[in-house]
Write a new protein. Structure first.
Length: 202
């Protein structure tokens, strides 16, 4: 393995970019990039062919990475080792695992290519707290915020996702594909979801 670049300076360009992307939705949208933190998320990204631009490890994070037989160098990805103190500043979790990355946002599929007869889909509209989505991530919130990315637990790299500014085209695409649509609401007059009968795709 080639000797890794070691970073300890707070004003390093890659570190400054990571901070901006972690803090600002505007910066993420402008650059078409988002950040990943944690062994599971970053390794899932690598295993599923996500387009990473930058990969950082602490000494301990790199040791675990190598023990799992994961690559430490490939074309188009800048790799570096961080000091523990610098990594601690980047971390947004209570127990950092010493693995960080910057990733390109994938090109979303068209609704017409995504929704088809017999399929099952989840649409989240006007979600207040994206962290509550857990394994389901939403087209109505900032899906590439660090909090939402962590909430997906890696499904972000395995489940097709399409973001649209309005729910109407989604419903129209479902109608055209013959997919039945149902809404979950908080109301005493609503039918209990456990008693609903669904036919075909939903």
């Amino acid at each position: 393995m080639e000797t890794l670049l070691k970073i300890s300076a707070h004003d390093n360009a890659a570190i400054k970019q990571y901070r901006k992307l972690a803090r600002s939705r505007k910066e993420r949208t402008k650059a078409g990039l988002f950040v990943l933190e944690g062994f599971r998320l970053v390794s899932d990204a690598v295993k599923n062919g996500a387009a990473l631009t930058q990969l950082f490890w602490t000494e301990d994070g790199l040791a675990r990475w190598q023990a799992e037989g994961l690559p430490t160098a490939w074309d188009g990805v800048r790799c570096a080792q961080l000091s523990d103190s610098l990594a601690a500043e980047l971390s947004q979790t209570e127990h950092s695992q010493g693995v960080y990355a910057i990733c390109q946002m994938p090109q979303p599929p068209a609704l017409s290519a995504l929704i088809h007869a017999g399929g099952s889909y989840a649409v989240l509209h006007q979600l207040q707290d994206p962290g509550n989505a857990g394994m389901i991530y939403s087209a109505s919130c900032d899906i590439y915020s660090p909090k939402v990315v962590r909430a997906t637990m890696g499904s972000l790299f395995r489940v097709p996702l399409c973001c649209v500014p309005d729910i109407v085209p989604v419903l129209e695409a479902c109608r055209c594909a013959g997919v039945e649509t149902c809404a979950a609401v908080v109301s005493g007059a609503a039918e209990l979801v456990g008693q609903c009968r669904f036919s075909g795709g939903t």
